[in-house]
Design a protein around this ligand. Sequence first.
Ligand code: NAP
Length: 283
Amino acid sequence: MITGKTKITGVIGHPIEHSMSPPMHNNAYKQLNMDYVYVAFHVQPENIEKLINSSKTLDIKGLNVTIPHKTTIIPYLDEIDETAEKIGAVNTIQFKNGIAKGYNTDGIGAIKSIQEHTTLQDKNILIIGAGGASKAISFTLINENINSLTIANRSQNNAENLINNIKKQTEFTNINYQQINNVDEILNQTDIIINTTPIGMYPNHQVKPPIKTDNINNKHVVMDIIYNPLETQLLKQAKENGATTINGTSMLINQGLESFKIFTGKEATYESFEEALLGQLKK
Ligand SMILES: NC(=O)c1ccc[n+]([C@@H]2O[C@H](COP(=O)([O-])OP(=O)(O)OC[C@H]3O[C@@H](n4cnc5c(N)ncnc54)[C@H](OP(=O)(O)O)[C@@H]3O)[C@@H](O)[C@H]2O)c1
């Protein structure tokens, strides 16, 4: 029951109605018997400047941030975590003692999901896409003692911007660009493949995968961060070729669990988030 003591958390976005975060967080609050609520707030881009002060006024404890506010919110924060600053995007804001601090849990969410299946040390990793999710995953992955990172993307320019940013801001240098149409040439030197493009997402789930899959085999781990459908064409074909596959639900759950910890100082169970998410996706 919502009482006078209930603490407020939530997510801001535009649009926001389809966010999977409210059911996941609220299910965890319920199972842990915590007097918290998680609400979706539709915030127009022109109102982003007022958001931080309004949240402090209302004593909101934490907010997730989604499209299109992940970058534009940054100038209004009091503090920003080092990795989020390098990524240039925030998906989690903690409000504590009057300070609004931004974090990015997307990268750590992806890494935890991969680590449920394999190790990252000395691995050669291929990321398809160079947008927001790719940035978050790339900047987080390079702290995990990987051997190499290759970025394949439709626009070479966007991939090269990301590569140059990483080289400028970190000490990681074994990072290269590969044309998206030619990635099969490097698959025999690749251990882990991560799709961060929306290719294959519902309602366009029947389209061809973003890369040729003939050379994917049982030595590969393939993650698609798309969670609807649960099995994209890329994952389906990779699985048929014997690869280990990971769908986007685990990244979504793990990034949410990290945000939950930042908001409340408590750990929610993976199962409480998963149960709520799969329930929503079935609808
Ligand atoms: N599971 C999770 O927790 C999670 C978290 C975040 C995002 N996601 C999913 O990840 C996907 C990407 O999100 P984002 O925020 O990174 O988006 P974004 O910033 O818009 O980046 C999209 C990337 O995909 C490429 N792309 C888009 N359409 C393409 C097409 N038709 N053909 C080839 N390349 C194309 C873009 O290439 P160009 O550079 O050439 O434009 C860009 O590199 C979405 O499907 C989103 O739902 C999942």
